[in-house]
Design a protein around this ligand. Structure first.
Ligand SMILES: [Zn+2]
Length: 274
């Protein structure tokens, strides 16, 4: 299979999953059923299967409803494109051209990262739109991460070579306890004013997903980017100091970046102390 075909397939897969994630992020926070076809927000026209082809349907209809011709929000288009690009980034990183050697371990990591990217994107848009981080996604994310680290550790057996895999499992549990504990105490001592409960549950999931020390880098980047963008919005009059901050947006975006660069940033930072 040529690499062009492979990468195109990954992008299309991402946009199809993205259209599902867009629905999850829109319906889970409002406790709506995730089954059933989408409909137009204005006239209630039920969308047909050919209206649901990711990216293309929106472009083909010119961003308008087929029946009432009102403008459809480009929200779903964005989720589909971003998921497609996120999947493509994972594929480029883990399967660079020319590909040398492919084993079960790299396929497992590939599937795990696509899974994490999907969880991150659903949480990102739910928090951005509704200031809610759905428990369903957190639970799925925790279950998937645990399954991955356990598969990696037990699958590698007990030998000197397998130390790395066992370290992955232990350090993820450690990172989950530390990150979760830190956010839960922020929530407890501020009575929920500095940090919501949803953020605390998310921090626990992210600790488990990223492991140690990647979680530290992800938290550092989220606090930094969150305060820069927050202050920017206050400065330009788009928010006040009392505005609610969808911190899950920053946590998930920086966690995605840390899948790729977490260890490099950690090494670079630690090199100053050696
Ligand atoms: Zn309509």
């Amino acid at each position: 299979m040529s690499f062009f075909v492979f990468y195109s397939f990954i992008f299309i897969l991402g946009s199809v999953i993205g259209s599902f994630l867009g629905v999850l992020a829109e319906r889970l926070p409002r406790e709506k059923t995730i089954r059933g076809r989408s409909e137009c927000d204005y006239c209630g026209a039920v969308l047909k299967w050919f209206d649901l082809i990711p990216i293309f349907s929106f472009l083909f209809l010119g961003g308008k409803c087929r029946r009432c011709e009102k403008k459809i929000s480009p929200y779903h288009l964005w989720v589909e494109i971003i998921t497609g690009l996120a999947f493509l980034a994972v594929a480029f990183y883990l399967f660079p051209y020319p590909l040398l050697g492919i084993d079960l371990q790299i396929i497992g990591q590939f599937l795990f990262w696509l899974f994490l990217a999907s969880c991150f994107i659903a949480i990102f848009f739910a928090d951005l739109k509704f200031y809610i981080i759905p428990d369903e996604i957190i639970i799925a994310g925790i279950a998937g991460s645990l399954a991955y680290w356990i598969w990696l550790a037990f699958g590698s057996g007990f030998s000197l070579i397998s130390i790395e895999a066992w370290r992955g499992l232990l350090f993820s549990l450690l990172a989950a306890v530390l990150a979760g504990g830190f956010f839960f105490s922020l929530n407890y001592f501020s009575r929920g004013r500095w940090m919501g409960m949803g953020d605390a549950k998310l921090a626990l999931f992210l600790g488990l997903a990223l492991g140690w020390p990647n979680i530290l880098i992800a938290l550092f980047i989220s606090f930094l980017s969150g305060s820069i963008i927050g202050l920017g919005l206050v400065f330009f009059g788009r928010a006040s100091m009392k505005s609610q901050v969808p911190f899950g947006v920053f946590l998930t975006a920086s966690s995605f970046a840390c899948l790729f660069w977490g260890e490099k940033i950690a090494d670079w930072y630690l090199s100053f102390f050696r």
